[in-house]
Write a new protein. Structure first.
Length: 276
């Protein structure tokens, strides 16, 4: 959420080395998610360096990191009022409104951010996703298509757009969208996942299985898709293949449960030894 303008930062190093060094520490804390320390120290710095963009941004973002959204909104609103031409400030405020489920306000500020920076890809993506949450499907599709005109290689636009088109049963349009996505991003698991769903709806089960398997190949976390693969094999009476897929799914679940237990045990032992 915090965007650092490095040219401005370098300028501060020449103007005020103390401000530069203290702010650099805060940015390091932000990367480590030490939000409480940032809030205390940044507020102290603001007494001397009033209305500094980066300090207010750090406080607001840290409150958001702590899920104290009312406080975060308060600081981001202050930032928007002090810096009305900052597209990033409006975008950050929209993000917090979205987290508060104030979706109409989020849409308003994503649009304001875009009006200041018409090629702001992330704002188009977030705007589209927020419109989808309010079931403004046609608005969402329009927004995502605008985003694709700005950056045809942005995989998030293709995935979200194809999700909506599949939901609307616009299968041919979803297929065309995903084929174009593959040209731009041939190693993205989500594209293969959605292609599998499209082929499944077209009753092209072999191609569906192939694409589901490609999704798993590109991202092993998609092993949950083995359930879909098993179901398709069963439809064709290929029960051995279905069993193999279900065993892979069971192994994935068992592996993750065991990993979680192992993590808890190791951390318990580490904490116990430390407390001794």
């Amino acid at each position: 959420m915090v965007v650092l303008d490095k040219s401005e930062f370098a300028e501060w190093k020449m103007k005020d080395n103390y401000y530069y060094s203290e702010t650099k520490k805060l940015l390091d804390f932000y990367n480590k998610k030490n939000f409480e320390i940032i809030i205390i120290n940044a507020k102290e710095l603001l007494k001397k360096y009033q209305n500094q963009y980066l300090l207010i941004n750090l406080v607001a973002a840290s409150y958001s990191g702590l899920k104290k959204y009312d406080e975060s909104v308060s600081y981001f609103e202050k930032l928007v009022n002090l810096y009305p031409n900052s597209h990033q400030a409006k975008f950050n405020l929209a993000q917090v409104y979205e987290k508060q489920n104030q979706l109409e306000l989020a849409i308003e500020y994503y649009k304001k951010s875009i009006s200041l920076k018409p090629d702001f890809e992330d704002a188009y993506l977030n705007l589209g996703q927020t419109q989808a949450k309010l079931n403004k499907i046609e608005d969402c599709i329009s927004t995502l298509k605008q985003g694709l005109k700005i950056n045809p290689r942005y995989v998030g636009f293709y995935i979200n757009l194809s999700n909506l088109l599949i939901r609307q049963e616009k299968i041919e349009e979803a297929f065309a969208c995903l084929k174009e996505a593959l040209k731009q991003n041939p190693a993205t698991a989500e594209i293969y996942m959605n292609l599998g769903l499209v082929y499944e709806k077209q009753n092209e089960f072999e191609k569906a299985i192939q694409n589901f398997e490609m999704a798993i190949k590109h991202n092993p976390r998609y092993s949950l898709i083995n359930q879909n693969i098993a179901k398709l094999h069963e439809l064709h009476g290929r029960y051995n293949e279905a069993l193999k897929a279900r065993l892979k799914f069971s192994g994935f679940i068992r592996f993750n449960i065991n990993s979680g237990i192992r993590y808890l045990v190791e951390n318990y032992e580490e904490n116990t030894n430390y407390n001794k």
